[in-house]
Design a protein around this ligand. Structure first.
Ligand SMILES: Cc1cc2nc3c(=O)[nH]c(=O)nc-3n(C[C@H](O)[C@H](O)[C@H](O)COP(=O)(O)O)c2cc1C
Length: 194
C-alpha cells in the first residue's frame, strides 16, 4: 500500500461539541481533495489504534481552564512516538484565540489573549512531549445554550471582559473557516510537494 492510499487521521477532543464541528469541517475539506479520512473522537479512540495505518494526522482539541482536553493529552502521551513518524498538525481551539483575532478589541487585550494562547499550547507540547510539524490556534465558540446556569454566568463575564458576545440566548461561533481551509491546504501541500 503506498502512503497516498492510506487515510489521513483527523482526531478531535471536545467538551461542548464545537471542536467536533472543526474536525468535521477539516474532514470534509480533505475528502473534497480526494483524500480518504478517518474521523475519530479521542475519547472513543481505541488505545491500540495503529497509527501506521495512516499517511498523516491532524489533531484538534479545545481548551478549558487553561488546558487542552484530557482525552487528547492522554492519547498524545501514549502515541507520541508513532505520531513522530507521521506528518502531523495540531489545532488548539479556544476563546482566547477569538479574543486575539477580534479587531474591535484594544491592542493590549489582543496581545494578552495571544500570549495566553501561546502559553497554553506550549504547556500542551511540554506535557505531552510531542512536537507536531505544524500547529495553529483556532478561535472557538461560546456555546451558551450548552452551559448550565453557573457556567453561562461565568462565560458571560469572561466574554464581557474579552470582547465576546454577552447575548446568552444563542451560541456564537468565532472560527475563521477560511483560515482553517488555508491551514488544511498548506498541510496537504506539505504532504505532496509538487
Ligand atoms: C468552563 C469553560 C472554561 C473555558 N476555559 C477556557 C480557557 O481557559 N481559555 C480559553 O481560551 N477558552 C476557554 N473556554 C472556551 C472554550 O475553549 C471554547 O468554548 C471552545 O470553543 C470549546 O470547544 P469544545 O466545544 O470543542 O469543547 C472555556 C469554556 C468553558 C465552557
Amino acid at each position: 500500500m503506498n502512503a497516498r492510499a492510506k487515510p489521513i487521521l483527523v482526531l478531535f477532543a471536545t467538551r461542548e461539541g464545537h471542536t467536533r464541528k472543526v474536525a468535521e469541517h477539516i474532514a470534509a475539506a480533505l475528502r473534497a481533495e480526494g483524500r480518504d479520512v478517518t474521523l475519530l473522537n479521542a475519547g472513543d479512540a481505541d488505545p491500540e489504534l495503529e497509527l501506521r495505518e495512516f499517511s498523516a494526522a491532524i489533531l484538534a482539541a479545545s481548551v478549558h481552564v487553561g488546558a487542552h482536553e484530557r482525552a487528547m493529552v492522554r492519547f498524545v502521551r501514549r502515541a507520541r512516538e508513532a505520531l513522530a513518524r507521521l506528518p502531523t498538525a495540531f489545532l488548539s481551539i479556544s476563546l482566547s484565540e477569538a479574543g486575539a483575532e477580534n479587531e474591535s478589541n484594544a491592542p493590549e487585550i489582543r496581545q494578552k489573549a495571544a500570549r495566553e494562547v501561546a502559553d497554553t499550547m506550549n504547556r500542551f507540547f511540554e506535557a505531552t512531549g510531542w512536537h507536531p510539524d505544524r500547529a495553529a490556534p483556532v478561535a472557538g465558540a461560546l456555546m451558551y445554550r450548552e452551559y448550565n446556569v453557573l457556567i453561562r454566568w461565568v462565560m458571560r463575564r469572561i466574554a464581557r471582559a474579552s470582547g465576546g458576545s454577552v447575548d446568552t440566548t444563542q451560541d456564537h461561533i468565532y472560527t475563521d473557516w477560511q483560515a482553517l481551509d488555508r491551514f488544511v491546504a498548506l498541510f496537504l501541500e506539505s504532504l505532496d510537494p509538487a
